[in-house]
Design a protein around this ligand. Sequence first.
Ligand SMILES: [Zn+2]
Length: 137
Amino acid sequence: MASVGRPIPAVTPDMAGFFEGARRGQLMVEKCDHCGALRFPAHDLCAKCLGRGATWVPVSGRGEIYSFNIMHQVYHPAFAAEVPYAVIVVKLEEGPKMISNLVGIKPHEIRIGMPVEVTFERGGEDLMIPKFRPRAR
Ligand SMILES: [Zn+2]
């Protein structure tokens, strides 16, 4: 059977700052240029003040599991060896929520509120993908 390449995120212009940060080992969110509200993912308008314009800023990379789902089905052949794996919603310490994967733990050990920290995995020649792993409180 031919190996199947993993799908990788499209680095669109509005998300370029996020992936540039990831290459440096920094987790990034957008900060509204008008009111300072943090948001993720990139968006044209601020949900708080409706202002346009934002700047990518680094955050701590720490947060907690807000929600999670365990994938038991093989939805893409490139991930067949990893089933079951966890898709999580992380609530960052700074506020924004982010969808990612949780690594370094068995899926049945995952709990809501579990503290996590970012880790970066290579997703391609010039692409680092932020994921999360458990951390001590
Ligand atoms: Zn704003």
